[in-house]
Design a protein around this ligand. Structure first.
Ligand code: SAH
Length: 346
């Protein structure tokens, strides 16, 4: 009879210990195997040299180790690196390493494709195939950390969940991955250096707040006017701005963390004074930062970056209301690695 073997990395340390006990072995064996899987990054049971051969064979009979594989790596002239990552079932996701003089950031994917329909984003044209498992998210980070050490001589310093997919639609697995990333048994990174970016799923923002998560939140707002937002992000009809704002108020009340908004200004879409005024109004309830992102065209026409005068207007009005503004230049455009460009082209 053919049984489907389980991915051993889906087990917690406690579950591994229990497994060994159930096999009549010592629970401690679970710790050893766990260490091989997570600290030593073993890709096979054979590599676990302090485990007896018979135990390794027993593990082989029950489990597989599903590691990701970096299929292709592209390097941009600005130092950005994009990985096309092959999963155990041959699906592909992309992740990006973004170096700056002071930090190295990993931009990771949370889903294969995306179920949302932001009309300016290349990923939205891919069907959502499935959620990534915690270990598939974790492995992307490890791969980028290794590349950072190899090509930039320093470890990874920050992580953003701004690759493919909507992290809050895969909340449990994202949370498990972050647990591993921040745990001393994983990469021991501070949660303060991790940003989860969401297009705005109110129910899940509330849950995050109630769960007391320690990482940061960014919201892809792009417009604070319902009609405009629904036209460019159709799911806004289901999760309108009032619901999003109420959820964010809850988040702020619980965490007292400043809220970051990601915002692209497009010609003829949201480049008028009324658009900025609506944004100021929307931000009022909590200390806010608006990250004005450069638009990365994904096809010809439809969406165009606004003129620099419009961006200046946004900056001036927001700053006059004591809202922090940053202007984010795109990186890795020559290899389709910039925001909104991840679409498995290669
Ligand atoms: N689903 C999550 C994370 C992925 S997108 C979210 O929506 O936040 C990461 C960021 O890139 C989002 O702010 C998104 O709105 C932005 N983005 C998408 N397409 C873009 C494009 N073509 N140019 C610039 N930014 C884009």
């Amino acid at each position: 009879m053919d049984t489907i073997k389980k991915d051993i990395r889906a087990l917690t340390k406690t579950q591994l210990r229990e497994f060994f006990e159930a096999q009549g072995d010592k629970a401690f064996r679970g710790n050893q195997v766990y260490e091989w899987l997570w600290q030593k990054g073993a890709h096979s049971f054979e590599a676990m040299t302090n485990i007896s051969k018979s135990t390794r064979e027993m593990l082989e009979a029950h489990f597989v180790i599903n590691h990701i594989k970096v299929d292709t790596m592209q390097r941009s002239s600005d130092g950005t690196i994009k990985n096309a990552v092959r999963l155990h079932d041959d699906l592909i996701v992309e992740s990006v390493l973004i170096p700056t003089p002071t930090r190295t950031t990993a931009c990771v994917s949370s889903q294969v494709g995306c179920s949302l329909d932001c009309r300016f984003c290349a990923t939205s044209r891919l069907k959502r195939m499935r959620n990534l498992n915690p270990d598939e998210i974790y492995d992307q980070v490890v791969a980028i950390d290794n590349e950072s050490r190899l090509y930039h001589n320093r470890p990874l310093s920050n992580i953003v969940f701004m690759g493919m997919g909507e992290p809050l639609m895969n909340y449990n697995n994202v949370l498990k991955a972050i647990d591993k990333i921040t745990s001393p048994e994983g990469l021991a990174m501070s949660p303060k250096r991790i940003v989860v970016s969401t297009s705005g799923v109110p129910k899940m923002i509330r849950k995050m707040a109630d769960d007391g998560v320690k990482f940061k939140l960014a919201v892809s707002l792009h417009s604070a006017i319902d009609e405009v937002r629904t036209a460019i992000m159709p799911f806004n009809a289901t999760f309108p701005l009032a619901d999003l704002r109420a959820a964010l108020e809850h988040w702020y009340a619980k965490t007292k963390n400043r809220i970051t908004y990601e915002y692209v200004v497009w010609k003829g879409i949201n480049d008028k004074r009324k658009d900025v005024d609506a944004l100021v109004e929307f931000c009022k309830f909590a200390p806010s930062k608006v990250n004005l992102i450069e638009y990365n065209p994904i096809d010809d026409g439809e969406f165009q970056q606004a003129r620099s005068e419009a961006i200046e207007m946004y900056k001036n009005v927001l700053e006059a209301h004591r809202i922090t503004v940053t202007i984010r230049r795109s990186r890795g455009k020559d290899i389709d690695a910039a925001c909104g460009q991840l679409a498995n082209k290669s």
